[in-house]
Write a protein that binds this ligand. Structure first.
Ligand code: NAD
Length: 357
């Protein structure tokens, strides 16, 4: 497939190839859609097996950001960037050179941290452009997004409970969390604060000890997570865990957690969940708190405002699940439609004439 065929298959606006041999920089910036606002998305650094893999990744990820921002109701488009190379070889000059390329886009693309890039890397980009988020909290940045992400997940869980049981009340409900790292730990805290019963699984005994010491609860081993007699399963670890092997084990009526790409195959596994009458909160809808957090940075960051905005995920999740019911589709498809309808509606806005003076 030619590069332009690839751009049209994902419907991209613009892709920029950046090279600066003097610092070993090879990067690609993909601006997927700016109908709703500047294309925001992180920069990841990876030693891709081939340039084709890097192109595929940046196109796929930037498109995902468009949908995420649109469903979350943000005035943001979708973008993403990749730096091709071994992360252990990164330098200040490389990220500054990359920052200069970001600057040439004049704010059409705004970058952030992602896989293998850090707050320090964002600091180096910031020396060359203001179109960057994710700097240290001490320097006016938004800091660790996990408490905000978990807060959004918490409200998404409440929305699922309301749809399933008619009440968002968490006291006495059982939630099983897979992965008690940054997001999972904060989620456990919020759930514990309102009297939910907690079950956990993690591959790290240290993480499990930390969460049980803080909030009590019970540890699940291996596949016990999938078989748990819980009200909610909250995947907060890795992707692909909802698949043909695990779906037959599921007993909980709700899946709502922070992990990315929970469904191994969006269509196949989304339909299998619908058939089992399991309410699935699409991952990119319920975990948008991290994006909401960096978005607030563009407006002059305040953690309180970011938390308030993340709480709106309650309404978004409810809307997506109810729309799926009405339209007889999966929640994942319904979320995509919400995004596409909002983008199309805003895209159609007419320019109105304003007389000067
Ligand atoms: P993290 O690395 O801090 O935590 C992940 C936890 O999962 C760790 O404790 C790890 O030991 C555990 N884990 C790994 N493999 C596991 C397995 N097979 N079974 C059980 N536990 C396992 O990561 P995080 O920042 O908490 O992110 C968790 C997920 O949420 C990721 O999918 C991430 O992409 C997604 N996410 C995070 C944010 C954020 O703000 N941090 C925002 C959006 C999405």
């Amino acid at each position: 497939m030619s590069i332009f065929e690839q751009l049209s298959s994902y419907d991209h606006e613009q892709v920029v190839f950046c090279r600066d041999e003097s610092v070993g920089l090879k990067a690609i910036i993909a601006v997927h859609n700016t109908s709703l606002g500047p294309a925001l998305g992180g920069t990841r650094m990876l030693d891709y097996p081939s340039e084709q893999d890097a192109i595929r990744d940046v196109l796929r990820l930037s498109r995902g950001m468009t949908y995420k921002a649109a469903v979350a109701g943000l005035d943001l488009g979708g973008g993403k960037a990749v730096i091709i190379g071994d992360p252990s070889m990164k330098t200040e000059a490389m990220f500054r050179a990359f920052g200069r390329f970001v600057d040439t886009l004049g704010g059409r693309y705004v970058t952030a941290e992602d896989m293998n890039t850090t707050v320090e890397d964002m600091g180096n980009i910031r020396r060359e452009t203001r179109w960057v988020t994710g700097s240290e909290a001490a320097h006016g940045g938004s800091g660790d997004p996990s408490p905000v992400t978990a807060w959004g997940v918490f409200h998404g869980i409440r929305a699922c409970l309301e749809v399933t049981y008619g009440s968002p009340e968490l006291a006495g409900r059982t939630v099983a969390i897979q992965g008690v790292g940054n997001v999972g730990f904060w989620l456990a805290k919020y759930l514990h604060d309102v009297g939910a019963k907690l079950l956990y699984t993690d591959v790290s005994n240290k993480r499990l000890a930390r969460v049980t010491e803080a909030f009590g609860g019970k540890v699940l081993e291996g596949d016990e997570f999938y078989r748990a007699e819980a009200d909610v399963l909250a995947p907060c670890a890795i992707g692909g865990i909802i698949n043909p092997r695990t779906i037959p084990m599921l007993r909980a009526p709700i899946i709502a957690g922070g992990a990315n790409n929970q469904l191994d195959d969006e269509k196949r596994d989304g339909e299998a969940l619908s058939q089992k009458n399991i309410s699935y909160a699409p991952d990119y809808v319920i975990n948008a708190g991290g994006l909401i957090n960096v978005y607030s940075e563009l407006k002059g960051y305040g953690r309180e405002k970011a938390m308030q905005d993340a709480a709106n995920i309650f309404d978004t999740v409810k809307r997506v699940i109810n729309k799926a019911k009405v339209e007889g589709t999966t929640t994942a498809m319904s979320a995509n439609r919400v995004a596409e309808e909002r983008i199309a509606a805003v895209h159609r806005l007419k320019r109105v004439y304003l007389p000067k003076g």
